[in-house]
Write a protein that binds this ligand. Structure first.
Ligand SMILES: [Fe+2]
Length: 343
């Protein structure tokens, strides 16, 4: 069975209402391009490079919502180490991992225990993955942690020397990379230099170290996913490639594109907070994971959002008399509280 036609709008679709959309998601056949943006000239400060990269970013984010980032200068050794640390953690016995079980935001999520945004599909089965999530590694005494409904301290496992240091080093370096992109978002959206940076002093970021076991092919089409289709509740997400495929993205045609592994690049997508900030101009694109490789798949996406007290308010460049703001201003904290209320 092959569905060739487009399946309509990208946003706000309930998959279960359209069996064709469900089929397309489970069988990625798109050959549409996931664009690559090279920021090496921008980082080197070459004349015109900022405007060129920002224009590419604007186009990609208005049309696809996913791109590959090249020329970023991120040390490969830190990525390599993360794969080692991820395997060390997930190889621990379940009873040891359960000692750091998720407490609201951070900690261990056991296999097949979480359905997530699977509400997009009726009758969906829990995700096959197991995960270990951390936020900024702040002390319980940090004033930024106190009296918050959400920001919880990290729960580190015992008996894994170097694990915490490896994760914190990677996470903080990725946040630094993300901050370097903020000025491109300023330019892409016609905002002054420094606009987005003011909202990212202590960004609400989560790194979700994730293990996807191999999924038998007969499970495909049975509403079973490694990670069910969803959009990210973040400003942007930064994901390093491993050597095991499984991620697929809904493209503008409605067909799904399997993400090719392209060493040396990061996969970046814009999330729901960017949609809100841009009045729907920038996309938050659905994606999902099915690991049919026969191998264990480890990844560690970093979800970057603004400070908890940052007010996300429709940008002046994304509204007008014929295009009023679709959503009222809201703090990042309130966005997160609403998102995590079902956890
Ligand atoms: Fe995601």
């Amino acid at each position: 069975m092959v569905y060739a036609a487009s399946v309509g709008s990208v946003q706000d679709e309930h998959f279960d209402e359209d069996a064709r959309a469900l089929y397309l998601m489970d069988h990625p056949d798109s050959t549409e391009e996931i664009p690559t943006i090279d920021i090496s000239d921008y980082l080197a400060g070459k004349p015109g490079a900022r405007e060129k990269a920002a224009a590419e970013l604007r186009h990609v984010t208005e049309t696809v919502g996913f791109f590959l980032l090249a020329g970023h200068g991120f040390p490969q050794s830190r990525i390599d180490r993360m794969f080692t640390e991820a395997k060390r953690f997930f190889d621990l016995p379940l009873e040891i991992k359960n000692k750091v079980k998720r407490d609201k935001l951070n900690g261990f999520v056991p296999p097949s225990s979480y359905t997530g945004n699977g509400r997009l599909i009726d009758g969906i089965k829990p995700n096959l993955y197991e995960a270990y999530t951390v936020g900024l590694d702040l002390s319980p005494d940090d004033p930024y942690v106190q009296n918050r409904p959400l920001r919880m301290v990290n729960h580190w496992p015992e008996g894994l020397p170097g694990f915490r240091e490896g994760l914190v080093e990677y996470h903080s370096t990725i946040i630094g990379l993300g901050k370097q992109l903020l000025d491109l978002w300023n330019e892409a959206l016609g905002m002054p230099k420094g606009y987005f940076e003011q909202f990212f002093d202590k960004p609400r970021t989560t790194m979700s170290v994730t293990h996807y076991p191999p999924q038998p092919p007969e499970m495909v089409g049975q509403r079973q996913y490694g990670l069910s289709p969803h959009t990210d509740n973040a400003f942007m997400t930064v994901l390093a490639h491993g050597n095991v495929p499984g991620l697929a993205v809904r493209m503008p045609s409605g067909h799904w594109r399997a993400i090719d592994i392209k060493p040396g690049t990061f996969i970046i997508n814009t999330g729901d907070i960017m949609v809100r900030w841009t009045n729907g101009r920038f996309l938050s694109t659905k994606h999902r994971v099915i690991n049919l490789s026969g191998a264990e798949r480890y990844v560690f996406p970093v979800f970057i959002s603004p400070d908890l007290d940052a007010v996300v308010e429709c940008l002046p460049t994304c509204q007008g008399p014929d295009n009023p703001p679709k959503e009222p201003p809201i703090t990042c904290q309130d966005i997160c509280v609403a998102y995590f209320k079902d956890y």
